[in-house]
Design a protein around this ligand. Structure first.
Ligand code: MSP
Length: 656
């Protein structure tokens, strides 16, 4: 370990399913992990931040089939393709140190060895699986675990499953896991402990089915062809294989294992706090120090999901508001351990109040006044503290420690609240000291310089502490303060900014957003995205009721040729057709298809008409029959094609 380092720190996100593009809910956990990793680096830790993708399983196999590609091509597209997982993390400024894909060769080979080790030590055995399986969650359940006959995690239907399979002796570890959960602070928030113990351990922990034979997209059990390793075994061990466990690709296991914390969403707490430690116990491996189950980002009170058409696109939001604003919003607005309801209104309001008004104004006003009153840099000599400064100095000087206390508890919201208390105090300090009044007399110049120095120094400390949340903004603030140093030690001491600081002007850090206008534009974009998400082609549902054959035969379908076609005046729908129907007398039919065809394009075409409908009047003109067309929807929009038949078919031919 390096001399200066405080120690090492290993933090992980869940590895994401690349079954669909990621949404803001996925970004929530990754932004939180990134913020924590940056905070630890700022403190001086040697950090390993791992993220990645969990690429096996039936869901992926099914989706690839649907898309007509191989599972590998399918996941490659979502992970490395345009606007895929890697692009998203780049956009969100995620400073991961390592990215694992469970399809990486070294991981696959390691999982095979791990599976074999547990088989050899007797903790994995062969048996028969009879139970329920939730496809979307890739979870097996016993009848008794179902809630109202449905998957207890997602509430969807489960299917019956029976097959020869391998099992992990989870039951053997029930007491040790219960002890771990109840008597240590392994799992946080503590509220999740009773949920795990009461819902899963106390009713009796059953052995876990850890292999499948009904699909092939997984890590093969190398000593029993036909079986693939259960995705959760494959996935959970990523935290160790990515460091070099059972492989030669990396050599960081000794340095970084056990992990300091796994950040995960609340619905996968069961896997991380029961199954994961039990498997590590089976292999006599050290347990991670902590698992933190954060809450969900909800939309309209429900889970974000593509099927509900309510996912929020982080690309759209970052483009419109900036990545830092989005990152900030996620951690400032919702307590990390609880659910939070996302809304565009809340996002815009947070940006306007905290970033544009409080932080942005403080930085702009302070830098602008320093430049206006003193030009390039503040004067070297400044007076000492005055009573009027005491509160601001005390608050800014003690901020780092208060912030640190909250960050150590993953209480991002509280840490930010501490920073914003100081920012508000500094804005008040400007009003109290009215630099523009001081500037009126030369005599006050030293005091004016002192006031501005205090403000700039407060900005430096706040900027530095905001850097894990908003790295680009912090960099910009440092630039405006003449390249100020914002290292951890200096953030604990008021007065580290050089007295003759040379400020640099710049545009507003966060321009104010017009709420109404922005909401309307976002709504428009949402509608477009909803449309985009609609199926490419949609056909009418088939009629449920049969029509008897004789009735059908009464319909008289004929080939007709278009002699003339003109729009009907005062109607934007109707076209008037003059048709040769083979009888020698022209037939007139009106058809509501003006939106789909130019009348002149139809002249000469051979169409199909039903000719024994009773005549009816439309816009005062008679229509004797109906032209047949094919209808469907494309991306939700009605499409219509007239049935055109071979021009060699004579007018009047009966179609049967
Ligand atoms: N592949 C598993 C994790 C394996 S870890 C060994 C998985 N993947 S996931 O893509 O479905 O979810 C990844 C993470 O995103 C989970 O922690 C999940 O809780 C989180 N989120 C997905 N939607 C979310 C919200 N709407 N809000 C907050 N987090 C959410 O589970």
């Amino acid at each position: 370990m390096c001399e200066k380092c405080k120690g090492k720190y290993y933090i992980t996100t869940p590895i994401y399913y690349p079954s669909a593009k990621l949404h803001i809910g996925h970004a929530y956990c990754t932004v939180a992990t990134d913020t924590m990793a940056r905070f630890k680096r700022l403190q001086g830790y040697d950090v390993m931040f791992l993220t990645g993708t969990d690429e096996h399983g039936q869901k992926i196999e099914d989706k690839a089939k649907e898309a007509g590609v191989t599972p590998q091509q399918f996941v490659d597209n979502i992970v490395t393709g345009e606007k895929g997982v890697l692009d998203l993390w780049k956009l969100m400024n995620i400073s991961y140190d390592r990215f694992i894909r469970t399809t990486d060769d070294y991981h696959v080979a390691a999982i095979q060895k791990i599976f074999k080790k547990m088989y050899d030590n007797g903790d994995i055995y062969k048996g028969k699986y009879v139970g329920k399986y939730c496809k979307p969650c890739e979870s097996f359940w016993t009848e008794s675990q179902l809630v109202d006959g449905k998957c207890p995690d997602c509430g969807r239907e489960c299917v019956d499953a029976e097959e020869e399979a391998y099992f992990f002796r989870l039951s053997k570890y029930a007491d040790r896991v219960q002890d771990l959960l109840e008597n240590t602070d392994f799992l946080e928030p503590r509220s999740r402990v009773s949920e795990m113990v009461n819902n899963f351990i106390k009713p009796g922990l059953e052995d876990l089915c850890v292999s499948r034979t009904s699909f092939t997209w997984g890590v093969p059990v190398d000593f029993d062809p036909g079986h693939v390793v259960y995705v959760w075994i494959d996935a959970l061990f990523n935290y160790m294989t990515a460091l070099g466990f059972e492989n030669d690709k990396y050599d960081d296991l000794e340095k970084f294992w056990p992990a300091d914390v796994h950040f995960i969403g609340k619905e996968i707490v069961r896997f991380h706090s029961i199954i994961w430690p039990a498997m590590l116990m089976s292999l006599n491996l050290p347990l991670p120090k902590k698992v933190f189950g954060h809450g969900w980002l909800l939309l309209d009170g429900g889970k974000m999901s593509k099927s509900k058409g309510n996912v929020v696109d982080p690309y759209v939001l970052s483009e419109r508001f900036g990545v830092d604003a989005l990152r900030f919003f996620l951690l400032r607005t919702f307590p990390f351990g609880s659910d939070g309801n996302f809304s565009n209104e809340l996002l815009i309001n947070t940006i306007n109040v905290d970033l544009a008004n409080d932080l942005g104004n403080l930085v702009s006003r302070t830098v602008a006044m320093a430049q206006k009153y003193f030009g390039a840099s503040l004067p070297q000599v400044q007076q000492g503290d005055e009573d009027k400064d005491a509160e601001l100095l005390a608050m800014a000087g003690s901020l780092r420690d208060k912030y640190e206390e909250q960050m150590e508890k993953y209480a991002f919201q509280n840490a930010l609240a501490e920073v914003f208390k100081v920012i508000s105090r500094a804005n008040k300090y400007i009003d109290e000291n009215a630099p523009w009044v001081l500037a009126k007399s030369e005599e006050n110049s030293p005091r004016l310089a002192r006031v501005l120095y205090n403000l700039l120094e407060t900005v430096r400390i706040c900027g530095g502490l905001l850097s894990p949340f908003m790295p680009q903004t912090a960099e910009e603030i440092a630039k405006r303060l003449g390249g100020a140093v914002m290292d951890w030690d200096s953030l604990a001491v008021f007065g580290k900014l050089p007295a003759d600081v040379a400020t640099v002007a710049g545009p507003a850090l966060f321009p104010r957003i017009d709420m109404e206008k922005e909401l309307a534009e976002l709504e428009k974009l949402r509608q477009e995205a909803m449309k985009e998400a609609l199926p490419a082609v949609e056909i009418e549902p088939y009629a449920q009721e049969n029509v008897d054959f004789d009735t059908f035969c009464k319909s008289d379908f004929r080939a007709v040729k278009v002699k003339a076609c003109v729009p009907v005046k005062k109607s934007d729908k109707l076209l008037q057709f003059t048709l040769d129907d083979g009888t020698g007398t022209d037939r007139q039919i009106l058809s509501g298809i003006a939106k789909y065809y130019k009348p002149e394009d139809l002249v000469g075409k051979t169409l199909v008409a039903i000719v024994n409908l009773p005549p009816r009047k439309m816009m005062g003109r008679e229509s004797c029959g109906m032209l047949l067309s094919a209808v469907h929807k494309e991306k939700g929009e009605e499409k219509l094609n007239l049935i055109m038949i071979d021009d060699s078919i004579p007018a009047g031919s009966k179609l049967c």
